[in-house]
Design a protein around this ligand. Structure first.
Ligand SMILES: Nc1nc2c(c(=O)[nH]1)N[C@H]1C(S)=C(S)[C@@H](COP(=O)(O)O)O[C@H]1N2
Ligand SMILES: [Mo]
Length: 411
């Protein structure tokens, strides 16, 4: 696929642009040899200890209106302004249940206890001495895209405004299994309870097997120590599992014989079903995708060449295919995934496109290696109760109008 994609793009451009000039460039109008800008005659600025984005860019997280306290609620990643697969740490979405605690790596402790032979206590310096792994994984809130699930009328927001409770980082830390082995789990130990040191005391139960096999005690995010907003100095990462289980500001793990039934897993994060029952412990985030360009509230620049691009992900593993429809799901074309394509990681897809200026219902549909296919909104809604919004993964439809507008619509 990687080898094929460049020639096929060239071919597309050649055919699409035959006789029509360039994609968006204009013919050269200055004398190139004599073209000297002011920046070439003045020395540049001094070095800085910590870099920031260009002052000419203004890409920010979207803050959700604060809830019951100023630190409660969320902020969304501006997906439509981002590229590739990694979210810059300063733009990673946030979801806090009672603000961001100011924890010090020098004094913070992690406790491992419960049904173990030797209860252990780790300073962060001690944890730093264990072997580490680095993995690229998304984190997605179970409530992501909930606006599309719940609102009778499609909310007119950006891609990030609707779907921005997902972000992707390179996480580095210690495998939880290693520490569980060191403490020695007793035969009755079947689950763990992970509890945080924030004022929400967020706590979740995870089956011991998966916690040991997949859990990472993350210390680093995109090469530097975790941001305070992402759980500094220590966070539990359960790759591909619902955001809420990725306990930030982690301060203890207790090995238990069953789920603890904490407030965070009984009052919330359940699936409310048609028959009035609620399904608990919906761990894995389902297969999903969204086109970020073009997307909600953007304005097209008239007919011509565009690259359609977006992100796809699944908590079940790798994305195997992304298809694009221009006609609301009647016909589909396979998008390119130039790579890297990694399990439980955002995957970038692209498709060259010549827009004829006529109305379009633009959709993407992703498929993962377990064979899961992203459902339509109607199919998703048919399986759950009217109030259900967690783990909404239905196909997003962007309606492109002949007037160049791009709007959210339900197809
Ligand atoms: N300690 C603690 N951990 C937490 C939360 C929290 O409020 N406190 N929020 C959870 C939820 S609901 C989500 S979606 C993710 C969000 O992670 P992020 O803020 O790093 O994006 O963290 C989870 N871990
Ligand atoms: Mo969440």
């Amino acid at each position: 696929m990687t080898n094929k994609s460049v020639p096929s793009r060239r071919k597309f451009l050649k055919t699409a642009l035959a006789g029509a000039g360039a994609v968006a460039a204009v013919p050269l109008s200055v004398k190139a040899d004599e073209y000297v800008t002011a920046s070439m005659t003045t020395p540049g600025k001094a070095f800085t200890p910590y870099g920031m984005p260009s002052g000419h860019e203004d890409v920010k997280r979207l803050l959700r209106p604060p809830g019951i306290s100023p630190g409660t609620g969320g902020s969304l990643s501006p997906l439509e302004s981002l590229e590739g697969m990694i979210t810059p740490s300063g733009l990673h979405f946030e979801r806090h249940h009672n603000g961001v605690p100011d924890l010090d790596s020098k004094t913070h402790k992690f406790l491992l206890h419960g049904l173990v032979k030797t209860p252990l206590q780790f300073s962060m310096d001690a944890l730093m001495r264990y072997p580490r792994v680095s993995r690229m994984h998304f984190v997605e809130c179970g409530g992501n895209s909930g606006a599309n699930a719940g609102s009778p009328e499609p909310p007119q927001l950006t891609a990030g405004g609707i779907h921005g409770l997902v972000s992707c980082s390179e996480w580095t830390g210690v495998q939880l299994g290693l520490l569980l082995d060191e403490a020695g789990v007793q035969p009755e130990g079947k689950w763990i309870l992970a509890e945080s040191a924030d004022a929400a005391s967020l706590s979740r139960s995870v089956p011991l097997k998966e916690a040991g096999e997949q859990g990472i005690l993350a210390l680093y995010q995109n090469g530097e120590r975790l941001r305070p907003e992402q759980g500094y100095p220590l966070r539990l990462l359960m790759p591909g599992w619902e955001g809420n289980l990725n306990v930030k500001w982690l301060h203890r793990i207790k090995v238990t014989d069953g789920p603890t039934m904490t407030k965070d897993e009984t009052s919330k994060y359940t699936q409310s079903l048609k028959d009035g029952k609620a399904r608990q412990f919906n761990f894995i985030q389902p297969v999903k995708s969204v086109i970020t360009r073009p997307s909600g509230n953007m304005t097209m620049s008239g007919p011509g060449y565009y690259e359609i691009s977006g992100i796809a992900w699944s908590g079940h593993g790798k994305i195997t295919k992304v298809e694009i429809s221009m006609d609301g799901g009647q016909t589909w074309t396979e998008a390119e995934m130039p790579g890297p394509v990694l399990p439980k990681c955002l995957t970038r897809f692209r498709l060259p496109w010549e827009w004829d200026g006529k109305p379009v219902l633009l959709q993407s549909r992703s498929i993962d290696e377990a064979g899961n296919v992203q459902p339509t909104r109607a199919v998703w809604k048919a399986a759950v109760s009217a109030v259900q919004f967690y783990q909404y993964n239905a196909i997003q439809t962007w309606q492109i109008g002949a007037d160049n507008t791009v709007k959210n619509t339900y197809a």
